[in-house]
Ligand binder design. Structure first.
Ligand code: GDG
Length: 758
């Protein structure tokens, strides 16, 4: 991406000093390239801020504080003479920047290799260009570690870290591992591909886990977010709830933040450009104006991109030829101005593309030019900002037709530069910006018929219609500018930090546990309610096979053996399974959510008087869902029916669960039944049966002065809600809960229960 064009205006503070000056924690921005260009001449170094949208946004985020930007300077270690190294650090420090030094070999494997020959083509759906080289991957990992180390060297626990883009996808995890308290955000500037594409990457799990080190992961649009979540679910099997991902003891938030532009900068430059007298105008603008004057009917069509296969430049040339053949009346009238900015010319694919475009321009111009008309003006270079504005303001149509593009800022910049609101934007549906720019003429880059007609429509569009469309577009771009974009990302990251703080306050820390244990040992009569699946034992794909292990029996024996202590296993499972597993042990048990109870090894008796004649009506419905949802199955208990979908495709399973919920809700409206949405299981049972009601009934039998309940899913929430307020309630996992505390997983549950036996 064009990060080298992005300008930071940091305070001139030495990086090392930054942290001592800031009491609320500083912000560290990390991107592949630093936002300053280094120039070495005659032994002196100059650092020139590069120009671009991201830095403007960043500037606003840090207007009230200090920040540090870490990245590669653009010079390899070999390029930097030893005697100049300290001067370079000094020059960068004056721009609030600090460099990560890279050797030429590292740049080759990490940047030209894995980043631009594997990730870039794959994430832009150019599967055939993606190379899977182990060496490049290893260099990518090593260089990501270098970036992570550079952050770790500078970061304090209360700092906020914002990592940018596809070159640094492993950095979040590398940093989180070492400093879990840092607040880490990651933003991907390119598309995240669909699961079907992403799954082809040999190191797909590592990349996902790398990203999941962040607390917030941002994408331009919802589609990329959705693709990412789907890969996380399918490849890592993690639980995703809306846009929250649960990983170990953390919650990672995923969201979309469409990047905006510095609207004022483009609009202001265009205004100034218009006010310039002829002699103040650039040569380019004067030439463009002369052409316009010579033929008022002539039209300029603009195309600006980095020279990249994802931008569809070659396709645009072919489509332009197609248009001129379909509508020959525009020969000698319209000109296509192509600005292709050199990019990644070390990568063979880009060299081939350059050759292809050169040849295409030559052929089309050769075939169609006349003495007074050249259909394509082609510039292969980078232009100064003023010339960019000249092009934006002079061209009647901007035609941006990427085959795939994360956002495409040029489209937004063109509209912002149209101060009289004229001009037509023709934009590919495949650009992220198409989502917000509905008023432009949206085209499918593969549909030449549609493209030719869009060009025709653009050329003939009445001024009023142009202005009407552009007013809407401009209003939106003005409101959601790059500053808003950066702020909303940072606000969301901070909110995530607050959410974490809330969670931390619920964590069952050693300190809290010691106080609970003290109450436990002081108590005269204690009772413990323990859920089984997901609490005492991990889930098993086949629930019938998930029997207790030796360690668990020991643990439960030890607790039961304590004086004045009653242990109850409280489960949704059927009684026959629990008879087999636990009756010989004489543990107290409440099963089927509270239908049955067994105390001191006695046979089960009914705790609630419930019916099961409703099953005949519900069973066929569940069966039809099993038939249509591979991997799901029915568990039949005495007084309830459960539909399990843990082994189904996660997206499909959730979809079917929602569908089943709707079907059941209308079906059971007149019965005294309810549907419990557990962890990958939906259970239908009598409404008056639940774990809360059952445990409260048991509590009534004695005067207990220590009550403890632990469980992991929705059905356990009934206990947490209905047990007396003084009870110690513990949730397994970090989901929303009515419990007072949480522990992370089943291992932690066992470790906790062991403390009751010390
Ligand atoms: C990546 C994603 C995403 C272009 N030519 C010149 C020049 N530019 C400036 C434009 C614009 C920027 O470069 C290009 O940004 P894009 O968004 O169009 O494209 P990428 O470089 O591919 O950027 C993209 C972006 O990251 C941000 O997240 O939108 O999808 O691929 O600002 O004005 N600037 C100057 N001379 C030029 O010749 N001065």
């Amino acid at each position: 991406m064009f990060l080298s064009l992005f300008l930071p205006k940091f305070r001139k503070i030495k990086p090392k000093l930054v942290k001592y000056l800031h009491f609320m924690g500083k912000t560290i921005i990390i991107s592949n390239r630093l936002p300053v260009q280094l120039q070495i001449s005659n032994g002196t170094i100059t650092a020139i801020p590069s120009v671009g949208g991201l830095a403007t946004g960043m500037k606003s985020v840090h207007s009230g504080g200090d920040s540090l930007w870490i990245g590669w300077s653009g010079l390899t270690d070999e390029d930097i003479p030893d005697e100049l190294a300290p001067k370079i650090d000094q020059a960068l420090a004056e721009h609030g920047s600090s460099k990560v030094g890279l050797t030429a070999e590292e740049v080759d494997g990490f940047y030209y290799g894995f980043s631009n020959r594997t990730i870039w083509p794959l994430f832009h759906y150019f599967l055939e260009y993606a190379e899977f080289e182990l060496n490049s991957w290893n260099t990518y990992k090593a260089v990501n570690q270098k970036f992570a180390d550079a952050i770790l060297k500078e970061a304090d626990d209360d700092d906020t870290i914002w990592i940018h883009d596809y070159q640094l996808m492993l950095v979040p995890q590398m940093v989180k591992e070492k400093k879990p308290d840092l607040s880490i955000g990651f933003f991907l500037h390119i598309p995240f591909p669909s699961f079907e594409i992403f799954r082809t990457l040999p190191w797909r799990e590592e990349v996902l886990l790398g990203l999941l080190g962040a607390d917030l992961i941002g994408f331009h649009i919802y589609d990329y977010e959705r693709h990412f979540l789907s890969s996380v679910r399918r490849l890592l099997g993690l639980e995703v709830s809306f846009n929250d991902i649960y990983i170990n003891d953390r919650v990672v938030k995923v969201d979309s933040f469409p990047m905006g532009i510095d609207y004022k900068k483009f609009n202001g430059a265009a205004k100034k450009n218009k006010e310039n007298k002829v002699e103040q105008q650039s040569e380019l603008l004067q030439r463009l104006n002369k052409h316009k004057e010579s033929d008022p009917e002539a039209r300029f069509i603009l195309s600006i991109d980095r020279l990249d296969y994802s931008k569809g430049i070659a396709k645009r040339l072919n489509a332009f030829e197609y248009f001129l053949n379909k509508y020959p009346q525009y020969k000698e009238k319209v000109r296509l101005i192509i600005l292709a900015v050199p990019s990644r010319s070390n990568v063979p694919q880009y060299q081939l593309l350059k050759k292809e475009i050169d040849e295409l321009v030559g052929r089309i111009n050769g075939e169609l030019s006349t003495v007074s008309w050249t259909p394509i003006w082609y510039f292969y270079r980078s232009m100064p900002f003023e010339n960019l504005i000249d092009l934006y303001t002079s061209c009647d149509i901007a035609w941006l037709m990427p085959i795939r593009d994360g956002m495409n800022l040029v489209a937004k910049e063109y509209i912002a530069s149209r101060i009289d609101k004229t001009g037509v934007l023709i934009l590919s549906e495949m650009a992220g910006s198409a989502n917000e720019m509905n008023e432009s003429l949206l085209i499918n880059p593969n549909n030449f018929e549609q493209i030719a007609d869009a060009l025709f429509q653009a050329i003939n569009m009445p001024i009023e219609e142009q202005q009407e469309r552009n007013s809407h577009l401009q209003r939106r771009l003005q409101r959601y500018n790059v500053e808003k974009w950066a702020n909303s990302f940072m606000n969301s990251l901070n909110a995530q930090k607050d959410r974490d703080a809330e969670n931390i306050s619920k964590q069952l820390t050693e300190h809290r546990l010691v106080s609970i244990l003290s109450d436990y040992y002081k108590a005269k009569k204690r009772i413990l309610f323990l859920d089984y699946d997901g609490t005492l034992a991990d889930f098993h794909a086949d629930p019938q096979k998930a029997g207790p292990d030796k360690e668990l029996y020991h643990l439960l024996d030890d607790i039961s053996a304590q004086k004045n202590t009653e242990l109850y296993l409280v489960s949704g499972r059927d009684k026959d399974t629990f008879i087999k597993w636990f009756l010989p042990k004489k543990y107290n048990m409440i099963v089927e959510h509270g239908v049955w109870i067994s105390q001191n090894g006695e046979n089960f008796r009914m705790l609630e008087n419930v019916k099961n004649n409703w099953m005949e009506k519900i069973r066929p419905v569940l069966e039809s869902f099993v038939d249509r949802t591979p991997g799901s199955f029915i568990e039949e208990k005495n007084y309830s029916l459960a539909w399990h979908y843990r082994k189904t495709d996660p997206d499909f399973g959730n979809l079917r669960a929602t569908e089943l919920n709707t079907v059941l809700t209308s079906l059971i409206a007149n019965d005294d039944l309810s549907v419990l949405n557990g962890n990958k299981v939906m259970e239908i049972k009598s409404s008056n049966v639940n774990k809360g009601r059952a445990t409260v009934r048991v509590l009534g039998e004695y005067d207990y002065d220590f009550v403890f309940a632990i469980g992991d899913d929705w059905t356990d929430e009934f206990m947490f809600q209905e047990l007396p307020k003084s009870s110690v309630t513990v949730k397994v996992g970090r989901q929303k809960t009515a419990a007072k505390y949480y522990v992370e997983n089943t291992q932690k549950v066992r470790a906790l229960l062991k403390r009751f036996t010390d």
